[in-house]
Write a protein that binds this ligand. Structure first.
Ligand code: AMP
Ligand code: MG
Length: 422
């Protein structure tokens, strides 16, 4: 009997990769650096942009002493003692934006609205609900404390204080904070420019007629959507046929105009996988068999000055490798000093899952919380790496760690919700 000499493939149940997910990511992160310059923009356009300057306050916040409540501004020396009742004359009324210009004397008070500037001589505010008003006077008892209900100038932020550091992705409250300092324009990182193309003779663009043996391109659209969400400038280079010359030209063009190149397909060992052949000529690309499922074949490196991610062809593998590898790398290149980490939680698996040790699996799951508050997760069913529906009905990755073997029903597993990732 003769035997066949066969190789392992990413379709094999027990196929092993050569690099762990963790090592692959460390490798990638280690060979890239920040890529952006900065530009000045108006604050109203700044949400989700990455700050490229520290924000230092030019003013005190609040800028003036003001009342925290609607009430009466008094001098603390006029507070009654013990069971006494104190009567004070109402000398006027101040509202926010219109400071009191007169002089407050002992025995006087000023009606004051929230946010209005405190008269110089006053240091305490009595809430309007805590006084009796009679004949243009207020009557107050001894329950109050000196200095109450007054916000001091610079209490929140002092002139010269650094309130935000460069390298953060600006959120709505941070935009509000910058506005509260009166700052209209800020410096942010310029977005990365990213070229994206799909490879394969069988791939059709959306909008074109169906052809026998062909499939519609989904990867380019999912990758571009993900990049747009990250605020990148995208150069859509369409579909490049399985032709070494066309690929060579496409890579040259992409590398000369973009910071990063994303392709999908053509990085495994198929006859028509010319990406590998063409890029091997440039000499700085790694073709990895990562110990993961899906996503085993991943290419990464540099084409001239551009960083290159050669994602697998299968649509689910594209999404998994994008979020597990490309996202942290892009965040680093964008200059994010505090990368946004999608947190993982533990959930109880509602069904058994077959798994062999020696690779990390990213199954698609539906995460839910039981009435008692317990997190549970179910797989979306068939997990083929071409089944994009498994990704679109899921709301989380079930991450089965490298060394882990099959999961029994009811076992606790690590889950990464898509919220925070997408
Ligand atoms: P490849 O690595 O090029 O052999 O591709 C692996 C599988 O992914 C094949 O079934 C391809 O048809 C499929 N595929 C490759 N590129 C795309 C794409 N852009 N959109 C959808 N499926 C793709
Ligand atoms: Mg292909």
């Amino acid at each position: 009997m003769s035997t066949l000499k066969i190789q392992s493939s990413c379709g094999d149940e027990n196929e092993q990769g050569t690099l762990t997910v963790k090592d692959a990511l460390q490798n990638m992160l280690g060979s890239i650096s920040e890529r952006t310059s900065s530009e000045q923009i108006h604050l109203t356009d700044a949400v989700d942009r990455i700050l490229s300057q520290d924000i230092t306050s030019p003013i005190n916040v609040p800028s003036h002493r003001n009342s925290a409540v609607d009430g009466y501004a008094i001098m603390q020396t006029d507070l009654p003692v013990g069971d006494d009742i104190q009567i004070l004359n109402i000398m006027g009324r101040v509202v926010a934006g219109h400071p009191f210009t007169g002089q407050l004397r002992k025995g006087d008070c000023i009606q004051i609205m929230t946010g209005a500037q405190m008269p110089d001589q006053a240091d305490t505010v009595i809430m309007q609900e805590h006084v009796e008003v009679e004949n243009n006077c207020i009557r107050l008892d001894g329950r109050h404390t000196a200095g109450q209900n007054v916000r001091q100038a610079g209490e929140d932020i002092q002139t010269g204080q650094v309130v935000l550091n460069a390298g953060i992705k600006l959120t709505p409250p941070q935009i509000g904070l910058i506005a509260s300092l009166g700052i209209a324009e800020i410096r942010v990182k310029t977005p990365l420019t990213i070229a994206v193309f799909s490879t394969g003779d069988e791939i059709l663009s959306i909008g074109s007629a169906q052809k026998e043996g062909c499939i519609y391109d989904s990867n380019r659209y999912s990758i571009i959507a993900a990049l747009k969400k990250l605020g990148c400038n995208v150069l859509d280079m369409g579909i490049i046929a399985d032709d070494p010359n066309k690929l060579r030209i496409a890579f040259k063009q992409a590398a000369s105009s973009a910071d990063v190149i994303f392709t999908s397909g053509g990085v495994s060992v198929g006859e028509a996988d010319y990406t590998k052949q063409v890029l091997s000529e440039t000499g700085s690309i790694n073709f990895w068999k990562v110990a993961m499922k899906p996503g085993r074949p991943v290419a990464f490196g540099h084409v001239d000055d551009a960083v290159f991610f050669g994602l697998p062809g299968n649509p689910v593998a594209v999404m998994v490798t994008f979020y597990q590898f490309a996202l942290p790398c892009l965040q680093k290149m964008m200059g994010l000093t505090q990368p946004l980490i999608a947190p993982t939680i533990k959930a109880q698996c509602t069904s058994p899952i077959r798994k062999i040790p020696g690779r990390t699996e990213f199954q698609r799951g539906v995460l839910s919380q039981s009435d008692s508050g317990k997190w549970q997760v179910a797989t979306t069913g068939k997990q083929g790496s071409g089944i994009l529906r498994s990704m679109s009905i899921a709301n989380a990755f079930i991450i089965l760690e490298h060394e882990r073997s099959s999961i029994q029903e009811g076992e606790w597993v690590t889950v990464q919700p898509f919220i925070g990732l997408f």
